[in-house]
Design a protein around this ligand. Sequence first.
Ligand SMILES: Cc1cc2nc3c(=O)[nH]c(=O)nc-3n(C[C@H](O)[C@H](O)[C@H](O)COP(=O)(O)OP(=O)(O)OC[C@H]3O[C@@H](n4cnc5c(N)ncnc54)[C@H](O)[C@@H]3O)c2cc1C
Length: 439
Amino acid sequence: MKMDRWRASVRRILNLASRPGPAPRSFAAGRGNPARSGSLHCSGRSCRETQFYFGHRQPLSMHLRETEFALGVSLIQSRCFGSVATRIQRNPKFATINSDDIRYFRDLLGDKSVIQDEDALLAANMDWMRKYKGSSKLLLLPRSTEEVSQILKYCNSRCLGVVPQGGNTGLVGGSVPVFDEVIVNLGAMNKVISFDEVSGILVSEAGCILESLMNFLDNKGFIMPLDLGSKGSCQIGGNVSTNAGGLRLLRYGSLHANVLGLEAVLANGDVLDMLGTLRKDNTGYDLKHLFMGSEGSLGIVTKVSILTPPKLSSVNVAFLACTDYLSCQKLLLEARRKLGEVLSAFEFLDEQAMDLALKHLEGVRNPLPPALHKFYVLIETTGSDEQSDKEKLEAFLVHAMEGGLISDGVVAQDIQQASSVWKIRYSRSIDESRGCLQI
Ligand SMILES: Cc1cc2nc3c(=O)[nH]c(=O)nc-3n(C[C@H](O)[C@H](O)[C@H](O)COP(=O)(O)OP(=O)(O)OC[C@H]3O[C@@H](n4cnc5c(N)ncnc54)[C@H](O)[C@@H]3O)c2cc1C
């Protein structure tokens, strides 16, 4: 269906209040879709950007040393008060890789999992935004928790800096070395360990690509509780370590709400088994939460257990225009009130973001008349009753139109149109991440 017809049909929907028109066609399926530190020094550039270098780039054991702690405190202050960039120096206490180290890793992992090739290292040393470049000479690809444990134990004993790496899609440079740290990438630990079709609890290795897990679950009639524009590359271990939010957070909450358990390896090689699968676990301290969003600063996450929701059959997507920001806020409130349990996503973008997406990205189209609107909102509903979900959305759109909260809008008539609308949102992240603002 051409976009015009789509718009026309939507206008009809939005005009329902004054003149009831034909019901919109529904579509069947869902949209396919801070600081680093430690030998796990975990280079959270989130901090680099703000000159926040707490306990930076040292083996975890070294963090505990008094002198380093004092250093951390002074640098925290520079974050609070400083606008002047702090230049960090490589800590001379760190060792550099030598041939004995390489031999050790080759014996441990096998030649194929010890990467010294310059081309391969180039990609691993560069972040997604191409803003930061490390100079690591060694990339390791462990295949088991035991191998991760042995790597970290050895690096800790040799005082070699380590940076954990997942899909390297992080937007704050945390996944690439600052200097010559050893990169430990979890990509080879990509197996689904178990899935319980009754409870929907998935246990997988940390290197599983998010999209692979989504595809796996799709076949089982479930979905991941998170969905990101980087799903084709990011890993579940990276998602957990960054406490990634994404498009489904409104409905399913953050990873703190969905991750039931973790296995992680500490800097000294100790394995912490917190891989529970019991949802209603109210026993004692819940240490796994410390690892979520810790960007590898506390250890390397090796396994994840996560609660996955069932896939629902009825999905509707509307793309709406608002004249001012206040209307967008009110629209959110109304959407939560009127759409209630079927509201699955509410995404906002302004005209600058839209312009960037249209200008720089192929295949992104504004389904509304261009240059007329200052703000846009994407609303998705997901439920189990197609007819009732559709009616609910229509009633909400009429209500919002009458209340002056929206000035225009379209409702996707099929999955292609829904994907097309979602592309604007997905692409916005790519746009920003690739630094289009600097073009
Ligand atoms: C197009 C695009 C869209 C995005 N959309 C979103 C979004 O909607 N919401 C959002 O929150 N983010 C988003 N991001 C950012 C990024 O994708 C997420 O932060 C993602 O969770 C990072 O996962 P990763 O596997 O690529 O981790 P990496 O980038 O490799 O690493 C990120 C951090 O986690 C650490 N780390 C990685 N794996 C492990 C592990 N196994 N154990 C311990 N530490 C580890 C790294 O050292 C680093 O500090 C987007 C990025 C892009 C490029």
